[in-house]
Design a protein around this ligand. Structure first.
Ligand SMILES: [Zn+2]
Length: 314
């Protein structure tokens, strides 16, 4: 059996056929078209190519930014370059026979669906997932089901308010978690220090090689003993740990999964984060909830989207 997984992103659309072990057996990547008139034929071409290379899929899973109605696959809200998809049903844009079931959801829930089927969340009923990327994506499994809420917004863990008077967030609120702990927030903090002329290896590095001005570089400098980088990472990690402790008190999960490019820092993030989270949450929970890295290695979003077809649902 194969299922078709599609990740619709602002820059690229990635589509692939995935087998029941979670392996991609054929895939296509196309640049995201600028308008609907070119989006539909481009997507049809990619899907047709995959069908000819493999077989008719048993189902289709689609991950897309924004607020997606998982029952109808309708894009309820989507800002940015893909705004032309608002109000449309993704299932009707594929050019596939109507009897092929199509499931769609936002990209964070799709990543969690992949973990439920092939990764760290298998056979677990209560799990939180944070995607620590340029922003912070979030999703939750509660009592065996992906949490969606009254209007489909539930699980946006990156928009938990952590600083009432903090920076304005992309969502319109102030001081959301993603304004203090995300690749963008950490890079912004480092650039601000560099512009102030702080003594740090980052000051020379960022000025001479701006392409290295990344969150990963800040983690690297911190692990090599740079005081400024260490202070930036430590402050951001403490805030993430505090927010996560609050989330553990609310959700009481068996496990927390961390994905995204910031989680690629591995033990440099995980160990201090665990200490912060556990010291804050041990009292009420009476145990240390494991924090683990994402297990589905595919970064394209294709496998997660395919997992949406197979994930348990009500
Ligand atoms: Zn926000």
């Amino acid at each position: 059996m194969v299922v078709l997984g599609i990740d619709i992103g602002g820059a690229q659309i990635k589509a692939g056929m995935v087998d029941d072990q979670g392996a991609i057996i054929a895939s296509r990547t196309i640049a995201t078209p600028p308008d609907l008139d070119s989006f539909v034929p481009s997507l049809h071409d990619a899907v047709r190519w995959l069908l000819e290379a493999t077989a008719l899929p048993a189902g289709v899973g689609i991950g897309c930014k924004g607020i997606i109605n998982p029952d109808s696959t309708q894009v309820e809200a989507l800002t940015g370059s893909l705004h032309y998809l608002e109000g449309l049903r993704l299932s009707e844009l594929l050019g596939l026979p109507r009897d092929v079931p199509v499931f769609a959801d936002n990209d964070a829930r799709v990543a969690l669906a992949g973990e439920m089927v092939w990764g760290a969340a298998q056979r677990l009923d209560n799990v939180l997932m944070l995607i620590l990327g340029m922003g912070v994506g979030g999703a939750a499994v509660v009592n065996g089901q992906i949490l969606r809420g009254h209007t489909g917004v539930a699980g946006h863990l990156g928009h938990l308010t952590v600083e009432p008077e903090g920076a304005v967030c992309v969502c319109g609120n102030r001081g959301c978690l993603e304004t203090v702990f995300s690749a963008r927030a950490i890079e912004g903090e480092a650039w601000a220090a560099v512009h102030r002329g702080c003594a740090s290896t980052l000051t020379r590095l960022f000025r001479e090689q701006p392409q290295l001005a990344t969150c990963r570089t800040v983690f690297q400098a911190a692990s090599e003993g740079d005081d400024l980088a260490a202070a930036i990472i430590s402050k951001a990690t403490r805030r993430l740990g505090a927010a996560l402790a609050g989330l553990l008190h609310i959700f009481d999960p068996e496990l927390v999964i961390l994905g995204g490019q910031v989680a690629d820092a591995g033990a440099d993030l995980l160990i201090p984060l665990q200490e912060e989270v556990w010291s804050r949450s041990r009292g009420l929970l009476g145990r240390d909830v494991p924090l683990v890295e994402q297990q589905v290695a595919d970064k394209s979003g294709i496998v997660g989207a395919a997992g949406l077809v197979m994930a348990p649902r009500s």
